[in-house]
Design a binder for this molecule. Structure first.
Ligand SMILES: [Zn+2]
Length: 195
């Protein structure tokens, strides 16, 4: 696993794949590991639930449960091949997927970094309001619990990991409208099939 470019939080026991590598002290008062483990447990149930096979089917190029065990990280930098300044938006960018290429071909996989300062861990929006209370009925996450929203965030990023054609890429420079529409398209699919 690639190193994140910041220091390790004291007091967390790293697991074998160590999704907490790179985490600095902050946000959820030291309970980040517990929180993330809880969400991963919920996701594993959701992705193996026979009544939700359409959710599992959104990730047809991956084994989603193994993928998450190997490729999910927490930090404040996203990963790229260059060692450029890759800081995530301080609070508002909740997570980012970085695609994985082999011989110029985009493969299923890549890594996901969860922003340790974002609402994923804190449960609060940048204006300090509870995140769930900031959602309008237009949001695909409206009405979900905070833990469901955390699952949703990871499912969204994993959708990118499976989208080898980049059909729904939503971080294309200078195309905010298309980015928004693509992100919404993913969110609608996830809401419909996974919740
Ligand atoms: Zn996205």
């Amino acid at each position: 696993m690639k190193e994140l470019q910041n220091c390790r939080i004291a007091g967390l026991t790293p697991s074998s794949h160590d999704p907490f590598e790179g985490m600095t002290a902050n946000s959820a008062g030291g309970d980040e590991a517990k929180l993330l483990n809880r969400i991963l447990g919920r996701l594993e149930k959701r992705l193996t639930d026979s009544k939700r096979s359409k959710c599992r089917d959104l990730f047809d190029k991956l084994d989603p449960v193994s993928y998450l065990k190997e490729n999910l990280m927490t930090g404040e930098y996203w990963l790229s091949d260059e060692n450029a300044e890759n800081k995530l938006g301080p609070y508002d960018e909740v997570a980012r997927h970085t695609p994985f290429f082999e011989g110029g071909t985009r493969m299923a996989g890549g890594s996901i970094v969860l922003n340790q300062h974002s609402f994923f861990f804190t449960g609060t929006a940048p204006n300090r309001q509870r995140f769930t209370e900031t959602l309008t009925t237009r949001s695909a996450m409206f009405g979900l619990s905070m833990d469901e929203i955390r699952e949703f965030v990871i499912l969204h990023e994993m959708y990118h990991a499976n989208d080898t054609k980049g059909r729904f890429d939503d971080n294309v420079p200078d195309n905010p409208r298309q980015n928004y529409e693509n992100a919404e398209a993913i969110n609608k699919l996830i809401r419909k099939h996974c919740f």
